[in-house]
Design a protein around this ligand. Structure first.
Ligand code: FE2
Length: 205
C-alpha cells in the first residue's frame, strides 16, 4: 500500500520522536567497532549534553544524540581519500536505518565543513566546536603524570589553546565557532572539562 505524503511525514515525526539515546548508542556500536572512536563519540556526547543544558535545555537528548552519531561513518566511508564524504555518509546510514531528520542530519554534516555544509544554528556550531575540544582536552590530560582528565585545569586549556604547535589536529577555528552561539571560549572550556570529568569512567579518561 502506498503511503500518502501526510502519512509518510507523520511516520517520520514519530521516528524522530522515538529516537532515544539507547537507539543512537546501538547504532554507534553497530557501525563503529574501534574502542577509541566509540570513546570519542561518548566524549562528544557528554560535551554536547553539557552545552545543551546551557544553550538549549529543552533539547538535551537531541544534542547528545548528535554527539553520539556525528562520526557514525568513521569506519565505513573512505574519508582518508576524500574528506568530503565524511558526514554525508553518516546521513546515508541513518536514512537507510529509517532514523533521524534534517536537524540531526545537518548537525552531523556541519561538524565537517570540508563536505561543503557550513554550520548556521547553535546545535551545528556546538557540534563543530565540541568535536575537536574533546580530543584537545584528552591530549592535555595525557601530559599529566596520572593522565587523568580530573587533573586538567580550565586555565591549562586556555593556555594550550594559544600554543599552535600543541595538538595541531584540534582545529582552533572550529573550537572558536562556539562563540557564534554567544558562549565565550572560557565558558566552553569550563563546561567541556566538567563534562569530560563527569564522563571519565565511561570514556577511559
Ligand atoms: Fe568526531
Amino acid at each position: 500500500m502506498q503511503l500518502t505524503e501526510a502519512k509518510r511525514n507523520a511516520t517520520f515525526r514519530i521516528r524522530r520522536g522515538t529516537m532515544q539515546r539507547d537507539t543512537a548508542k546501538e547504532l554507534l556500536y553497530k557501525y563503529v567497532k574501534g574502542e577509541n572512536y566509540r570513546a570519542h563519540s561518548l566524549m562528544v556526547e557528554a560535551i554536547m549534553r553539557k552545552l545543551a543544558a546551557e544553550l538549549e535545555p529543552e533539547n538535551i537528548e537531541l544534542w547528545g544524540i548528535v554527539g553520539l552519531l556525528h562520526d557514525l561513518d568513521e569506519e565505513s566511508c573512505d574519508w582518508a581519500s576524500d574528506m568530503a564524504v565524511h558526514g554525508p555518509a553518516s546521513v546515508e546510514i541513518l536514512k537507510k536505518e529509517g532514523l533521524g531528520d534534517d536537524v540531526l542530519y545537518n548537525a552531523i554534516r556541519a561538524h565537517n565543513p570540508l563536505n561543503g555544509y557550513n554550520a548556521g544554528t547553535n546545535l551545528e556550531y556546538a557540534c563543530l566546536a565540541a568535536d575537536p575540544m574533546s580530543g584537545f582536552i584528552a591530549a592535555i590530560a595525557k601530559g599529566y603524570p596520572d593522565k587523568k582528565v580530573a587533573s586538567v585545569k580550565e586555565t591549562s586549556i586556555l593556555k594550550r589553546f594559544k600554543e599552535q604547535r600543541f595538538a595541531q589536529g584540534a582545529s582552533r577555528p572550529y573550537m572558536l565557532s562556539i562563540e557564534k552561539t554567544g558562549m565565550p571560549l572560557e565558558t566552553f572550556a569550563r563546561l567541556a572539562l566538567e563534562a569530560l570529568v563527569e564522563a571519565a569512567d565511561d570514556v577511559g579518561l
